[in-house]
Design a protein. Structure first.
Length: 222
């Protein structure tokens, strides 16, 4: 089942899109809180985004740019501001298609179907973990934090993934080492400590301080 995120301030339009797409087996979510659009995007991990240009707080171009920093998933703009300038702007900001309002839902669905067929051989990068202001891209082993990014080694990325998947819970050193072993990396007690310390230093470089805490005799926790 494909998941569609709808960033549209007109509740009637948004609701009609949800109702129509659900009839065709799509799952949909309407972005309601414009102070956390990107957080909702990461949490929901949609397969495609439908977005208007005129939105509260920021316009659609802003959110498109923010999403493009994290993902290559398809984005379709839908707007009554359908002059050439806005269409060119949408495409240049990273949109995959543009549909002018008013539109027929059958036409919108046809565009969605065409893009999903073209894009999804399921090599997409929608493997994101979000925690507070940190966003971790599992496919690229990259951490994004308040506009800054760092790349991690294979072991550092695996350690961070294990900790984030169990966030706010203590993860023992043995559990982490077993996770690294499953990742075809042999890590002993000393090597694990070295990798955790390197990971901490990299996180500190972008302002993520005191993120991984040591629980003596137990393990680590974020």
């Amino acid at each position: 089942m494909y998941k569609i995120m709808i960033i549209e301030d007109d509740e009637i339009i948004a609701s009609s899109i949800v109702e129509y797409l659900e009839k065709w087996g799509f799952e949909s979510k309407i972005a309601g809180d414009y102070s956390r659009v990107i957080e909702d995007f990461v949490d929901y991990s949609p397969d495609l985004v439908l977005m208007d240009i005129n939105l509260p707080q920021f316009d659609g171009y802003h959110y498109c740019e923010q999403i493009r920093r994290l993902s290559k998933i398809p984005i379709i703009f839908m707007s009554s501001a359908s002059d050439d300038m806005n269409i060119v702007m949408a495409v240049s900001m990273g949109a995959d298609d543009f549909i002018a309002k008013p539109f027929k839902l059958v036409v919108l669905k046809a565009k969605i179907d065409a893009i999903l067929r073209r894009v999804y051989n399921f090599n997409s990068d929608k493997h994101l973990i979000s925690y507070k202001d940190l966003i971790f891209d599992l496919n690229k082993d990259k951490v994004n934090y308040k506009g800054q990014s760092i790349e991690l080694t294979k072991n550092e990325a695996k350690i961070l993934a294990i900790l984030l998947e169990n966030r706010e819970n203590i993860v023992t050193r043995d559990e982490i080492m077993r996770g690294l072993w499953d990742n075809d990396s042999f890590v002993d007690e000393n090597t694990l400590s070295v990798n955790v310390n390197r990971l901490r230093k990299k996180l500190e470089e972008v302002g993520i301080v005191d993120f991984i805490k040591t629980k003596k005799g137990k393990g680590y926790i974020v």
